[in-house]
Design a protein. Structure first.
Ligand code: ADP
Length: 511
């Protein structure tokens, strides 16, 4: 090699070498010698091999022989020993040089140091492995998605729960892993999060390996890189099935207790009235028969009519007794703090309200007097109105789900409680029908809640009515008299009223 060329080659920022067409090394540049501590003579022929890590030599030699045999350019990675005995990773690239006739006359190559890249890659791999190990061991379901929403990884817990492979999990939008009733909403929410970068938070049912669907709270968070781009989404799925069941137990109980009180009342009325009614019908037909006989038995008919009248009186007495019984029960003249009683009911529904993403505001005036009545019955009414409002907002997705419970003074020494929701509302023409027993628009409704609530409120000397909001949803209001002679709460216990108000605010803040 002439001097000029040799100087140029020596100055190249890599370890440069040339080889004969058969693969024997002809020349190595100064950098090559400086790095390895070997001389050109030592490197020539097959000597260069000692400059590579013993573990990499064989593969490198095979790669080199393949390249030489093919006559094509090629590259391979291997560790090269530095003069001080340390090894660093290099990528060795080579190309053939051919004469005008196309015959290879020489090979020329350059080895570039890629140790830093290799170390970064290894560190990243180790980090990924550590991350996957941690994720795998988490006692919850974790799924990692790419920025476009493709499944990248699912931890062991997820795959074990569903009894699927990662490949099967990737087809989650179509293969029934998500409950058919939840699927559409889940996919829509998921897509919305992926496209907007907004965290995901919703509840849905997912299939267990044995085919049973359980409820999960699913939360998804984007992980962003230094430039703020989403690099990864991680989704956590927490099993809330037991809690969901408990909620459904509780909601049903509330309905059942209403049905029960109505049922018991109906049964006792039926029993008490049936007897005299049966007597009236028998006596009336007997007197009919006697009067239409030839000759008519007027004496006998008179007697049976007297008995008919007696039975009629008996039925009416029964009614009076029942009414007295019912009203006596209702007008338990306890002093009920309606705000406190309502807060207790709200507490019962707190989880349900939070899960359904409802913002509840409980607003209470400062100077409310206690009302006269039965605390439990009034709570039953409030519970009914709140549950109805929650249910009315079930399908609402295009606006905030808001619920306002407003307790304030009403005319005529009454206290008024109104539950306003942003739900589906009702047709104003049907406002009075809603209170008819067994009138329901719900698939699993019983249509009992409002009729029982109205009878409770009326037995307290109050009124319960429904009105349509001007924008969205409905308002159900009742108004009942304050306890006779009671002084207002602001007069007697202002601090209580204050704390009730503070709690109400807290309710709103904690949503
Ligand atoms: P159920 O809840 O079992 O249907 P209710 O007597 O409590 O029985 O309610 C009767 C009907 O009144 C409901 O089916 C519903 O159509 C209507 N309703 C009750 N509350 C609301 C509300 N907040 N918004 C709209 N409609 C309501």
């Amino acid at each position: 090699m002439d001097n000029e060329l040799s100087r140029t080659v020596d100055a190249l920022p890599g370890l440069v070498w040339t080889a004969f067409p058969d693969g024997r090394i002809e020349f190595v540049n100064r950098r090559w010698c400086e790095y390895t501590g070997l001389s050109v003579e030592q490197a020539a022929g097959e000597g260069w091999q000692t400059a590579f890590h013993p573990d990499d030599r064989r593969a490198l030699l095979e790669a080199w022989q393949t390249v030489v045999a093919s006559g094509e350019r090629g590259e391979a990675e291997a560790r090269m020993r530095r003069f001080d005995g340390t090894y660093r990773w290099f990528v060795c690239r080579t190309s053939p040089i051919a004469d005008v006739a196309g015959e290879i006359v020489k090979w020329c190559g350059i080895n570039s140091d890629i140790e830093d890249r290799k170390q970064t890659e290894a560190a990243l791999r180790a980090q990924e492995q550590r991350f996957e190990l941690i994720v795998d061991r988490l006692p919850t379901r974790v799924i990692l998605f790419g920025p476009d929403g493709d499944v990248l990884h699912a931890n062991r817990h997820t795959l074990d729960y569903s009894g699927v492979t990662i490949e099967e999990l990737k087809a989650w939008k179509t293969n029934g892993l998500t409950h058919p009733d939840d699927r559409e909403a889940v996919i829509a929410r998921f897509r919305a999060s992926i496209s907007t970068g907004e965290p995901y938070d919703a509840e849905s049912r997912h299939r267990r390996a044995d085919g049973i669907y359980r409820w999960f709270r699913v939360q998804g968070f984007p992980l962003r890189d230094n430039e703020g781009r989403i690099a990864l989404w991680y989704f956590l799925q927490t099993d809330i099935d037991d809690r969901k069941r408990a909620e459904a137990l509780r909601a049903e109980l509330a309905h059942l207790s209403c049905v029960n009180s109505q049922g018991v009342l109906t049964a006792s009325i039926a029993h008490e009235i049936n007897q005299p009614l049966a007597g009236i019908v028998t006596n009336a037909s007997t007197s009919l028969r006697m009067l239409s006989a030839e000759p008519p038995n007027v004496e006998g008919a008179l007697e049976t009519v007297r008995r008919t009248i007696r039975d009629g009186h008996r039925a009416s007495e029964v009614m009076t007794r029942l009414r007295a019984l019912f009203s006596k029960k209702a007008v338990t003249t306890d002093a009920v703090d309606l705000v406190e009683a309502t807060q207790e009911v709200v507490g019962l529904l707190q989880d349900e309200i939070r899960n359904k993403r409802i913002v509840l505001h409980l607003k209470a005036a400062d100077d409310l007097p206690p009302v006269a009545g039965d605390r439990v019955q009034l709570q039953q009414v409030v519970l009914n109105l709140l549950l109805n409002a929650v249910e009315a907002m079930n399908g609402v997705e295009d606006r905030p789900r808001r619920m306002l419970v407003n307790i304030e003074r009403d005319d005529g020494d009454c206290v008024r409680l109104a539950v306003t929701d942003s739900g589906v509302g009702f047709d104003p023409q049907h406002a009075s029908k809603l209170f008819d027993p067994f009138s329901t628009t719900k698939r699993e409704g019983m249509g009992i809640g409002l009729s029982v609530s109205r009878s409770i409120i009326e037995s307290h000397g109050g009124r319960l009515w429904a009105s349509s909001n001007t924008d969205q949803g409905a308002t159900f209001t009742f108004s009942i008299p304050r306890r006779a002679g009671s002084i207002s709460a602001s007069d007697q216990s202002a601090p209580t009223r204050q704390s009730a108000h503070a709690d109400a605010d807290q309710v709103e803040r904690s949503r």
